[in-house]
Design a protein around this ligand. Structure first.
Ligand SMILES: [Zn+2]
Length: 402
């Protein structure tokens, strides 16, 4: 037991402190997947990696000027850089964007049209028509650059304010974003010439999913997932080093597993990256094999220092759900939590697999208001390593009963 607690702390330290940045495409991200692979391997699991292309991004900073006034702007993640001058035009709705000639100008988006982050153009799992329409109008309108004045939206953008309206390495019009307040200051300058300089830079790179396997029967798979990547600019302790730590603790607890299922521990890579490359690749490689998956258990947001751990269920066969509920009763710190969909379990649900999500009650209760994830506040101090050990024990017990 003591041993596992120490390991829980060591794994967390390694993923959040020693490796500074786990964003997809970065060297830190590759160091994290190598670490996961080495650990699983040393614990006697068969490991496999799936490689994909993924660019890294260097912010570089940006400045926006109009006459003698300057405005505070942030570079949209994965944007191309620019050094352009042009007339400022604005749009606050899709209708207004449709009516406005933006070609060769600098476009300020504000108000209604920037209420939520636009889904990346090639993101297939969820992509509202409204978002696709906005992207289409921007691409055919071809402004020199886009300035987005955004508000707060914790449920979709995490705790970030202002949030980047556009975060998409497949979208090639340079963009920056600013607070609503800066947007109100900039708006009266519509019609005047503004200068935007952005040193944003894309860097070619790659990344890996890591799959650790144990067991005999490949036709009956239990797939445990935790995304190993982070947004840039956060240690990503609860989102989602803690999930990866649970997988590694399970690699320990299930070392001797000799049941009739195939257990897969998967460090998925890309949940917080615009193109979700690891998830896309995993889906592609399992296209005709989802019916083999008896259950997905996805761990994301687990181990928050306050409150209990929350297990939630999605389409489990009756007997399996009863087992899960029985197991929960053996652990003081675990409760059945409410359903949520903003995680990789939704990929399995969409492909017809039963799924279970493991998170923290505090997070699922505050999913629309918390301001921690995707920010520097998501650091090692908010995770209780003991809770991760408890979760691992519960999952170990549950898996052996299936
Ligand atoms: Zn996450």
């Amino acid at each position: 037991m003591k041993n596992l607690h120490q390991k829980s702390e060591t794994y967390l330290q390694m993923l959040c402190s020693q490796i500074a940045d786990r964003s997809v495409g970065s060297e830190g991200n590759r160091a994290a997947t190598r670490y996961f692979e080495d650990m699983a391997c040393s614990l006697g699991w068969d490991t496999e990696t799936q490689e994909f292309d993924a660019m890294d991004w260097v912010d570089g900073g940006a400045s926006l000027r109009c006459g003698d006034d300057s405005f505070r702007v942030n570079v949209s993640p994965y944007s191309l850089g620019c050094d352009v001058g042009g007339q400022l035009v604005s749009a606050s709705s899709i209708d207004e964007l449709e009516r406005t000639n933006v070609t060769g100008k600098i476009l300020l988006l504000h108000g209604e049209i920037v209420k939520e982050q636009l889904m990346p153009k090639n993101f297939v799992f969820y992509n509202p028509e409204e978002h696709q329409r906005i992207i289409y109008l921007l691409e055919i309108g071809a402004p020199l650059a886009i300035v987005c004045a955004t508000g707060r939206n914790p449920s979709l953008a995490g705790g970030i304010y202002p949030f980047p309206l556009i975060e998409d390495g497949d979208f090639d019009i340079p963009s920056v974003y600013m607070t609503e307040e800066e947007g109100s200051r900039l708006l009266p300058n519509v019609g005047r010439i503004v200068q935007l300089n952005s040193k944003s830079r894309r860097v070619p790179g790659n990344g890996y999913n890591v799959i650790a396997c144990k067991g005999k029967e490949s036709g009956k798979r239990i797939v445990l997932t935790a995304h190993i990547d982070t947004k840039k600019g956060t240690p990503g302790a609860i989102d989602n080093a803690s999930g990866v730590v649970v997988l590694l603790l399970l690699a320990d607890l299930l070392r001797d597993y000799d049941g009739n299922k195939l257990i897969e521990l998967v460090a998925l890579n890309g949940e917080d990256y615009y193109a979700v490359p690891g998830q896309m690749l995993y889906v592609h490689q399992n296209q005709d094999r989802f019916q083999e998956i008896l259950l997905n258990i996805n761990i994301d947001g687990a181990g928050y220092k306050e409150g209990g751990s929350a297990f939630s269920f999605y389409g489990l066969p009756g007997e399996m759900e009863n087992h899960a509920k029985d197991v929960i009763h053996n652990f003081d710190g675990i409760v059945e939590g409410s359903a949520w969909v903003q995680g990789d379990h939704s990929i399995f649900i969409q492909n017809g697999c039963p799924a279970m999500a493991v998170s923290s009650q505090w997070f699922t209760d505050h999913i629309d208001s918390q301001e921690i994830t995707h920010t520097p506040k998501d650091n090692i101090d908010i995770v209780d390593p003991h809770k991760l050990v408890e979760i691992a024990h519960a999952l170990d017990m549950f898996i052996r009963r299936i």
